[in-house]
Design a protein around this ligand. Structure first.
Ligand code: NAD
Length: 442
């Protein structure tokens, strides 16, 4: 909890926050193996092609599912409200959203989840009505209090059996800091893991920039999920890097990703030590902020080299050499600055938008192969990088999102673990913001 959050939860703080209408950051419920994923039953409504398969998945993972439409207001406190909107085939049927959610939205418990399931507008009977679901879901995300989140999931026709990893992520504390997102699930092949608590068992995962911050959390979470994690960082961070690698029972690779021979050395290392790699997470990144007129060329060049050029070169080498194995997962780390732009970050935002371009280009190339590429776009995450930001800017970054707080490195890591999951083969070409629905950008 940050200082403002502790104040807002104190007796006098509660009073002041309520009276002045100040941001009220509710403590977020995060994943723990000892607790159920949700704090109450799932109310499942709607009547499209997804309601039966999704209901079956939710029951199979141990959630208590109540079929919607028979709700007596105030009767229950729900952990989640899930609505299958795929049957909405005309604008007049959008009223079904209102009819389902209006009586129950105030019965959603703390850190509750809203998930609307739709059809990709491009292939829907009514592209207009399906596109309209976005405005609804994003507004619900902004209205929910007490740590609640809302997402829209577009499930392609034929991908009805590919939702499990995404539902497990969204209907749990793993997605604590993800809200207002539109996620697409396509028909690419998925593989159910032998053990859902260790979905990456037997896989090798590379994490760049793993010595600290978000990268260290990614190594922790992928290690928890069973992967052997190759933790990469610059030689200057060798000690911290070894500590992380030891903690996750992985291995350390000291390498500067911008070095001319980095792609060749990385491919050699992965092939010789591990035979290849299954999951690649491009997390290493730097900021060198200045407004454009005051930015020296060194700042521009360094940021482009680390955040974008290196990723492109490493990807090419991993693909050309065949080191990235079949059903591989590539995950880029973008930023909301790459979507919305940011003062003092022309260099950084250029590279982070470029990461999204890389996802677009590679996902088209991977379509139908079983390999995927996606990116996460973090908002304000509490790390060494953001601790260095001046106090006032830091406070603004923390509060200007629907959850009124910064995220934790583990929140980004959980989103990456979902994208890296063998059952997430249908999730290709997505950019998912982990930003608490930041007010910056779309
Ligand atoms: P951090 O500075 O704490 O960690 C970055 C790591 O990358 C460091 O260990 C660093 O040594 C390593 N690195 C830098 N240059 C490298 C190179 N040439 N070769 C190998 N490793 C290198 O940063 P963080 O906050 O953990 O950020 C991680 C990623 O998340 C970055 O890509 C960053 O742009 C992105 N991000 C962070 C935030 C945030 O709020 N912290 C928000 C949006 C995006």
């Amino acid at each position: 909890m940050d200082r403002y959050q502790s104040f807002a939860r104190s007796g006098v703080g509660r009073f002041v926050v309520r009276k002045l209408g100040l941001p009220d950051p509710h403590p977020l419920r995060r994943h723990s193996p000892d607790r159920p994923p949700l704090d109450g039953p799932v109310l499942l409504g709607g009547g499209g092609r997804l309601v039966a398969p999704v209901g079956a998945v939710l029951r199979s993972i141990g959630l208590d599912v109540v079929r919607g439409g028979h709700h007596a207001p105030g009767a229950e406190r729900y952990g989640a409200l899930v609505f299958d909107a795929t049957a909405i085939d005309g604008v007049e049927r959008l009223r079904e959203l209102y009819e389902f959610f209006h009586p129950v939205i105030r019965s959603l418990g703390p850190c509750g989840r809203v998930v609307v399931l739709g059809t990709p507008p491009g292939s829907a009977a009514s592209p207009v009505a399906q596109r309209a679901l976005e405005g609804f879901t994003r507004s619900v995300g902004k209205e929910l209090k007490r740590g609640g989140t809302a997402q829209l999931v577009h499930v392609a026709e034929g991908a009805e059996g590919s939702t499990e990893s995404t539902l497990r992520f969204l209907l749990s504390g793993r997605s604590a800091y993800v809200s207002g997102q539109v996620i697409r699930i396509g028909t690419d092949p998925v593989a159910a893991p032998g053990d859902w608590s260790r979905p990456l068992a037997g896989k090798v995962a590379l994490v760049t920039g793993a010595a600290r911050g978000i990268g260290a959390a990614i190594a922790d979470v992928l290690g928890r999920d069973g992967a052997h994690v190759v933790c990469l960082d610059v030689p200057a961070r060798g000690e911290e890097l070894s500590a992380v690698a030891n903690r996750v029972a992985g291995s350390a690779l000291q390498l500067d990703v911008t070095a001319a021979d980095a792609p060749a050395r990385l491919v050699d290392h992965l092939r010789q030590r591990h035979g290849g790699v299954d999951v690649v997470v491009h997390n290493a990144g730097i900021t060198r902020d200045r407004t454009l007129g005051r930015m020296d060329e060194g700042r521009w060049d360094a940021v482009v080299a680390v955040n974008l050029a290196a990723q492109e070169r490493l990807n090419e080498a991993l693909l050309d050499s065949g080191a990235l194995r079949a059903n591989g997962r590539v995950v880029g780390v973008s930023s909301i600055a790459g979507i919305a732009g940011n003062v003092g970050q022309t260099n950084y935002a250029t590279t982070k938008a470029g990461v999204i371009g890389m996802v677009d280009a590679l996902s088209a190339r991977f379509a139908g192969t079983g390999t995927t590429v996606n990116a996460v776009a973090p908002g304000f995450i509490e790390t060494g990088m953001t601790a260095a930001v001046p106090l006032v800017v830091r406070e603004v970054g923390r509060r200007l999102n629907s959850l009124a707080q910064g995220g934790l490195p583990v929140d980004v890591a959980e989103a990456i673990a979902w994208l890296a999951h063998p059952a997430s083969g249908g999730v290709n070409g997505n950019v998912v913001r982990v930003c608490g629905q930041s007010l910056m950008g779309a």
